[in-house]
Design a protein around this ligand. Structure first.
Ligand code: SAH
Ligand code: SF4
Length: 355
């Protein structure tokens, strides 16, 4: 049986070939992309710019896939969590966080996560599979459609999964966000637990071997980088984040120093504060030393507990003392108010109905 081509799965180049092979002019491919990525068309039928005949003809050999919204929950603080199912029945979550003049969409890059960080609920689920580029970007499309005429102003890869473990699909999704959805790369942030070679690859200007999709241009758009640091010694980080055994703090910091930053851009370091584990004054001082010379800001995230976890959240006083030490050393350090805790939408609380 011949299966229909999923138009949303195609890169712009593949869409161009698809239309070319069908004997259709190339502007039709551009119209298709415009309708899918900027007008959020959910089916070929939605593309009213195409004649009935063209829509019928396309529908014979192709279709447009969509994430299926299973659940939409709103927190007391306005944070919204979207549970989507994928075509194979797996599910993922995306979180929309309003904050002053921003509306940040936090998206997933994998179903589950293989990194096994001890403090993270997603980590305890284990890894199910990588998301495809179109499944990643479809979180932006679907949420934008659901909240229209509003639009997310910022996109962060801080949902389920480790984006740099799914490098090619994530990079492809980044291009779709910047080129097709017209989201500024300055408003996109990729967060990683610290996969050093991939951080270097993300920063490199070169093309990947055998890359057919977006050849003759930078490997990836220069989006913002966030590092989930969470500890200041290898001993503690080894325990909290097993990835540290492969890429210890020194190699991570070295990669950060080598990461090419655009003018006035900074690396964000996320630091989940766990009571009695990484929240001492000595930790704050070590953090200052580690980050010396790196244009950066620090986001302190008081731990969000979940059922069965072994860690506790430090007192407000401990968090403020830690922050003050950083501020006194002229660092930028924000305490991230955790949003959406009542609906398990805060950092590290996503499990998409699993477990
Ligand atoms: N895998 C990537 C992207 C996910 S981001 C990464 O780890 O960077 C998830 C962020 O939430 C990370 O900064 C992580 O350190 C933080 N986090 C995970 N579990 C948490 C929890 N229980 N409480 C607060 N923050 C948590
Ligand atoms: Fe994965 Fe990030 Fe959670 Fe670690 S913190 S388990 S890398 S999602």
């Amino acid at each position: 049986m011949h299966t229909k081509t999923n138009l949303k799965a195609l890169t712009p180049q593949q869409a161009a070939s698809f239309f070319h092979d069908a004997g259709l002019p190339s502007f039709r491919a551009r119209q298709l992309l415009h309708w899918m990525y900027e007008k959020y068309a959910q089916s070929i039928e939605d593309i009213t710019e195409f004649s009935q005949t063209l829509r019928k003809r396309l529908s014979e050999q192709s279709h447009i896939s969509n994430l299926t919204l299973l659940k939409r929950e709103t927190s007391e603080d306005g944070t919204e969590k979207f549970l989507f199912s994928l075509e194979d029945g797996e599910s993922i979550e995306s979180v929309l966080i309003p904050d002053k003049d921003r509306l940040t969409l936090c998206i997933s890059s994998q179903v589950g996560c293989a990194m096994g960080c001890l403090f993270c609920l997603t980590g305890t689920l284990g890894f199910k599979r990588n998301l495809k580029a179109y499944e990643i970007v479809d979180q932006c499309i679907s949420v934008s459609r659901l909240i229209a005429p509003e639009k997310p102003t910022n996109i962060v890869f801080m949902g389920m999964g480790e984006p740099l473990s799914n490098f090619d699909e994530v990079v492809d999704s980044l291009w779709r966000m910047t080129d097709l959805m017209k989201i500024s790369k300055r408003r996109i942030t990729l967060s990683t637990a610290g996969i050093v070679p991939k951080i270097l690859e993300l920063g490199s200007a070169g093309q990947s071997a055998g890359q057919t999709v977006f050849s003759a241009r930078m490997r990836a758009p220069r989006v913002n980088l966030a590092i989930s640091l969470n500890a200041t010694t290898d001993k503690v980080r080894d325990r909290l984040m097993p990835v540290n055994k492969t890429y210890p703090i020194r190699s991570l910091m070295d990669a950060c120093r080598r990461f090419p930053l655009e003018p006035r851009r900074r690396i964000t370091f996320e630091y989940v504060m766990l009571s009695g584990i990484n929240d001492s004054a000595a930790d704050a001082k070590r953090l200052i030393t580690l980050l010396r010379g790196i244009p950066c800001k620090v986001n302190l995230i008081p731990f969000n507990p979940y059922r069965g976890c072994e860690f506790g959240r430090p007192s407000d006083e401990t968090v403020l003392t830690f922050q003050k030490i950083l501020l006194d050393a002229h660092m930028t350090a924000l305490i991230r108010k955790s949003k959406g805790q009542d609906i398990l939408a805060a950092c590290g609380q996503l499990k998409a109905g699993y477990g």
